[in-house]
Design a protein around this ligand. Structure first.
Ligand SMILES: Cc1cc2nc3c(=O)[nH]c(=O)nc-3n(C[C@H](O)[C@H](O)[C@H](O)COP(=O)(O)OP(=O)(O)OC[C@H]3O[C@@H](n4cnc5c(N)ncnc54)[C@H](O)[C@@H]3O)c2cc1C
Length: 613
């Protein structure tokens, strides 16, 4: 634990002990357990596990023998939950068909992983709902989807290999899991620490499989451009977005295969249903919930975020072809009644500049309407392919090369999709950021506040800043919020309340239906000014001004903060300063828990001199 813990805990722990608030103490302790020591972080940085995995995959492909065995396995993970345009399942299916053996789809539910990665019920429920649909889709192709639950997480590779052996498989295909080097420290009885992470787990899978004569073929599928393909002129990994984006564009122009569609999969022979050991796999069911991840609002979530690739494709087509609507705050992106101005399949046409995609460059920061695609839950779970989104923008624009110009809606949207690649590249090249450490080590020493009641006010949407409160309440109600809202609340927690960004990152992960380690970490470190290409620490959002820009109609606030539903004009953004004391009191709404100007000065002081108060 040594230095990192000493640095951070020196400020937080004593205060927490005094407060004796076990909830916070647990949360904080859990968070600090995930902060790697500087030594470990440096070690990972010098020899990044993702690069090791890429080498291992290349070597395994060179050694690959075409021994078919009795079946081929595709191990589906929680971020590639689709059949169409999925590289690993396409490769597995082609191999199985060429060797006339059945394809078996395996899904391992790993509750310990979900706990380790702070997953909440929403993301897990969405995963199970998608699994249900996939089971039916695959069943129609006589392909069994076998979902099992397994723990402990560290024996997962052996379990998968054991299953492969029992089914007589000689090949396992998978898409590389999360690019995630999270260090989970656990203390064994002997007091030793051990570390587990998912990239190293894939390396372990390849090793165990090889020792049993089973070939593992892992594919890059999550991103448009895989990590380590882009570098600066000095041969270094990028840490600034704009030059990275230029390099991304050059690479895409030269490598159109990056966004090419993966081939469709082939059905198994119908006899697969009758032959053991496969026949019984068809009977295995998908659980409805996982202990510890039950959802109270499961029905609402199902209504808001319908599962499956069909839903994802419809959401995409509406974004491409329909106008934005106000009053779309508590409804599914598939809510009826949208005005279609561009029919499906249309490439160009009159309505093109009127659709949500066509106007994205102008409207994208408006949080009071459906200005963005709301595709993130589907992308994070891999229910839709990122390559498809790129292809659709090209079709929309009628161009042959990927457009990344910010002066048109589709090009601008591609630059946002680019952030998703960028943050994953960062995670691969600078593993320490997913090990609980700031990208900029100089900020490891920042002094954070420890007031539990302030964190709770933020979490529960009771800060007295309407845009923050509306957003945090929306997060609780929908498991999602608009990008601008995420930036506002993250900046508020870290700069106005001066509370450790890692606590916010953890809470988001727990609540979000689109929780994605790379994007979440990137977003939090950007907001806290500790990350790559961050918001400079002295540029601190004024929550009231941000509110006026992001929610000009005030609809967002009125919807999620009913105490303010009768307010109009500027008062909706800052009621305590616009109403008389008596009128304000009648609202039953809290006064601002912090003075923005004072908080801003404190933040600048502490960032200027990390460690000072
Ligand atoms: C503090 C913070 C935490 C975040 N946590 C997550 C998270 O856990 N999961 C997640 O998917 N996104 C996260 N984001 C990024 C972004 O807010 C969401 O991707 C976006 O709001 C999703 O809405 P949308 O699909 O309508 O986006 P659109 O604007 O339609 O964009 C399309 C897609 O591009 C990608 N994208 C857009 N903006 C960003 C961005 N700034 N960074 C990375 N990718 C982006 C997403 O995959 C998104 O679905 C976070 C941002 C911040 C500031």
């Amino acid at each position: 634990m040594k230095r990192a813990l000493e640095n951070a805990a020196s400020t937080l722990m004593p205060a927490l002990k005094r407060q004796k608030t076990t909830e916070t103490a647990n949360r904080v302790e859990d968070m600090y357990n995930k902060i790697a020591t500087l030594e470990n972080a440096n070690r990972a940085r010098e020899d990044p596990p993702v690069a090791q995995l890429q080498d291992a995959i290349r070597e395994a492909r060179r050694e690959m023998t075409a021994e078919p065995g009795r079946c081929t396995i595709y191990w589906m993970r929680m971020q590639d939950m689709r059949v169409e345009d999925n590289r690993a399942i396409a490769a597995a299916s082609a191999f199985a068909a060429a060797h006339k053996v059945p394809l078996v789809v395996l899904f391992v539910i790993s509750p310990q992983d979900y706990v380790a990665h702070d997953r909440g019920g929403r993301r897990i429920d969405f995963m199970l709902r998608n699994l249900d649909i996939l089971k039916v889709t695959l069943d129609k192709l006589d392909i069994p989807l076998y979902a099992i639950s397994h723990s402990p997480r560290k024996t997962l590779p052996s379990k998968v290999v054991e299953l492969a052996e029992s089914w007589g498989a000689k090949t396992i295909y998978a898409n590389i899991g999360k690019i995630d080097q999270t260090h989970i420290r656990a203390r064994s009885h002997s007091g030793l620490e051990y570390e587990i992470d998912e990239v190293r787990r894939d390396l372990q899978l390849m090793k165990v499989a090889k020792s049993k004569g089973i070939h593992c073929d892992l594919h890059e599928d999550k991103l448009v451009v895989p990590p380590y393909k882009l570098s600066t002129q000095q041969g270094k990994q990028f840490s600034v977005y704009s030059p990275w984006l230029r390099a991304w564009k050059v690479y895409l122009d030269a490598h159109p295969e990056c966004y090419a569609e993966a081939p469709a999969i082939v059905a198994n022979a119908p006899v697969t249903r009758h032959n053991e050991p496969f026949a019984s796999l068809f009977d295995a069911t998908v659980p409805h919930s996982i202990p510890g991840f039950e959802l109270e609002d499961a029905e609402k979530m199902e209504e808001l975020w319908p599962a499956g690739s069909d839903a994802a494709n419809q959401i995409l087509q509406r974004f491409i072809g329909q106008k934005h609507r106000v009053g779309q705050l508590d409804v599914s992106p598939l809510n009826r009644g949208g005005i279609t101005v561009l029919g499906k399949g249309a490439m160009a046409g009159k309505g093109k500049n009127e659709t949500r995609l066509g106007k994205y460059h102008q409207d994208r920061d408006m949080a009071d309407r459906d200005s963005s695609s709301r595709i993130s839950p589907y992308l994070s779970s891999g229910v839709i392919s990122i390559r498809k989104l790129i292809r659709e923008t090209m079709r929309f624009l009628g161009v042959k090369k990927v457009d990344v110009s910010k002066d048109n809606g589709a090009g601008c949207w591609v630059t946002e999709l680019g952030w998703r690649d960028f943050y994953s590249h960062v995670l691969a090249a600078f593993p320490h950021v997913s090990m609980g450490r700031p990208f900029q080590e100089k900020y490891a020493n920042i002094k954070w506040e420890t007031d539990q009641s302030k964190f709770d006010a933020w979490r529960d949407g009771k800060t007295g800043y309407p845009i923050v409160d509306a957003s945090m309440r929306q997060l609780k109600a929908h498991g999602w919020m608009h990008n601008r809202q995420r930036m506002i609340v993250a900046m508020f927690l870290t700069k106005d309340l001066m509370i450790d960004w890692r606590l916010g990152e953890k809470w988001f992960m727990n609540q979000l239906i689109d929780g994605d380690l790379a994007n979440n970490n990137g977003g939090w470190q950007w907001s806290a000014s500790t990350g790559v290409d961050p918001q400079p620490y002295f540029r601190i959002f004024n929550p009231t001004l941000q509110s006026e820009k992001a929610d000009p109609s005030g609809d967002l606030i009125r919807h999620f903060v009913p105490e303010l539903k009768n307010l109009k004009g500027k008062a909706i953004h800052d009621p305590s300063h616009h109403l008389s004391e008596a009128d304000f009191k009648k609202l039953g709404y809290p006064k601002p828990i912090v003075d923005h100007k004072e908080a801003r000065d404190r933040a600048i002081r502490r960032y200027e001199n990390p460690g000072s108060t």
